[in-house]
Design a protein around this ligand. Structure first.
Ligand SMILES: NC(=O)c1ccc[n+]([C@@H]2O[C@H](COP(=O)([O-])OP(=O)(O)OC[C@H]3O[C@@H](n4cnc5c(N)ncnc54)[C@H](OP(=O)(O)O)[C@@H]3O)[C@@H](O)[C@H]2O)c1
Length: 235
């Protein structure tokens, strides 16, 4: 399966910054299954979220899905960007999710580690079947240019950045650069943490879906319904 026109995020599910929270596992798995049942089948997660527990919950939510009917994105944290560390992180994420990753991203750039070393590790993960596509997150244009110069066998598939109805800064240079270089843009915090509901989800999401793939987060079925209704005809 290819990436959807819209996906859903998992930040705050199963814990926070490198810290697991097991208290709401059942409800969180239910909420993710609800997204899937509504036809939103692109899922964004990361090794940092809940210190890996979020990926475990994603694994639970997709357990009974046909593998090719979901598109899973995960990310390697910026302290794991040396070659061996990145390989280890990619394998551990795939193990927690219980399957290969459709897209594996460098979560944040880290100028202490040569970017080409990290890209080489990402390419190795594709060769070994751990990831299908590689990409980056929070990369500005200079970082993107460098990343493009490092690839040998695989394209930079996507750049995941903050972008929403209220925050349009990326329209100045990052989005045009990605479009010129056929890099998909994934929009995180697409609801500006829920504030988008105030202008109307339909307007807020339609606006950013013209050029990007938003990944809103919600663990609330009524909110998920609102989002799904707002984008019906888009996904
Ligand atoms: N790459 C990166 O560096 C990066 C950084 C930040 C985020 N992300 C990814 O992007 C995803 C989305 O970003 P985000 O979660 O930070 O922010 P967001 O999607 O803009 O907003 C999420 C918040 O909005 C609320 N919400 C959802 N639907 C709503 C509705 N219909 N009405 C009112 N409130 C609503 C949610 O609460 P309920 O759960 O109660 O609905 C949640 O508190 C993350 O989950 C994560 O996967 C990536």
């Amino acid at each position: 399966m290819e990436i959807g026109r819209i996906g859903f995020g998992t930040w705050g599910i199963g814990g926070g910054y490198w810290k697991a929270d097991y208290t709401k596992d059942k409800e969180e798995i239910e909420a993710m299954k609800y997204w899937l049942s509504k036809g939103i089948r692109t899922i964004d997660t990361a090794e940092m979220y809940g210190g890996g527990h979020t990926e475990e919950l994603v694994g639970e939510a997709i357990k009974r899905e046909v593998r090719d009917d979901v598109f899973i994105i995960s990310k390697v944290w910026s302290n794991h960007l040396h070659y061996e560390d990145l390989i280890k992180s990619g394998k551990a994420s795939a193990k927690r999710v219980g399957t290969f990753l459709d897209l594996y991203l460098i979560h944040w750039p880290n100028d202490q580690v040569p970017l080409c070393e990290s890209i080489r590790a990402l390419e190795t993960l594709v060769e070994s079947g751990i990831a299908r596509h590689i990409g980056v997150s929070n990369f500005d244009v200079p970082h993107l240019r460098e990343a493009l110069s490092c690839t040998r066998k695989y394209e930079i598939f996507a750049n995941e950045i903050k972008y929403n109805y209220f925050y349009r800064e990326p329209e100045k240079d990052i989005i045009p650069f990605c479009e010129e270089n056929k890099i998909k843009v994934i929009a995180y915090e697409p609801l500006e943490k829920g504030a988008a509901a105030r202008v109307g989800l339909k307007e807020a999401l339609s606006y950013i879906m013209k050029r990007t793939v938003p990944i809103p987060k919600s663990s609330n079925k009524a909110h998920i319904d609102e989002i799904v209704n707002a984008v019906s005809g888009h996904s």
